[in-house]
Ligand binder design. Structure first.
Ligand code: ZN
Length: 177
């Protein structure tokens, strides 16, 4: 089965993913495909619902090696950090957002072992963003009202064929307001 990245408007992105009960070869193959798609995009994280698979799992690599988290949850979070967040399902848009700076994440690895990861800044943001995908939450749901209006208008402009032809295809940054 060929997977592709689902983008904003696809209902699968609004659905809650299901807990994974069994780690088998099929699941390992799924993560292999997810890594291929993520690196190809390119991106630093990809959650299963983003390719239409309603399972609680995401893959990531922020440059420290490839990893998978299954049935992840945030155990603790602290601090605040502002970052221009992007999403493979909302291509071309970067949105400045405040979220906790540090999180302690618990999940299962591909070997079936429970793991906890202490994450700060970029990795912490990635974890929070990917976990949102598993709960059917997108960046649009996290924006301030003003940001959402601007982001939706920009997103339509970026992806509307006629308007797109008139302007360079550059990423747009939606500042915090
Ligand atoms: Zn995303």
């Amino acid at each position: 089965m060929a997977y592709e990245i689902r983008t904003y408007g696809d209902p699968v992105l609004k659905s809650t993913a299901l807990e994974i009960q069994k780690i088998d070869d099929k699941l390992v193959r799924l993560t292999d495909e997810m890594f291929d798609i993520m690196y190809d995009a390119p991106g630093i994280g990809l959650a299963a619902p983003q390719i239409g698979v309603q399972k609680k799992l995401f893959v990531y690599d922020i440059g420290d090696g490839a990893d998978v988290l299954i049935n992840p949850e945030i155990v603790e979070s602290s601090g605040e950090w502002i970052y221009e967040e992007g999403c493979l399902s909302i291509p071309g848009l970067y949105v400045e957002m405040i979220r906790p700076k540090e999180v302690l994440m618990r999940g299962i690895n591909l070997a079936g072992e429970e793991v906890t990861v202490e994450a700060d800044e970029l990795l912490s943001r990635l974890f929070q963003h990917e976990l949102d995908h598993l709960n059917g939450v997108l960046m649009f749901d996290r924006m301030t009202t003003d940001q959402r209006a601007e982001a939706l208008a920009e997103y339509r402009r970026l992806h509307d064929g006629e308007a797109k032809a008139k302007r360079p295809d550059e990423p747009r940054v939606i500042k915090l307001k």
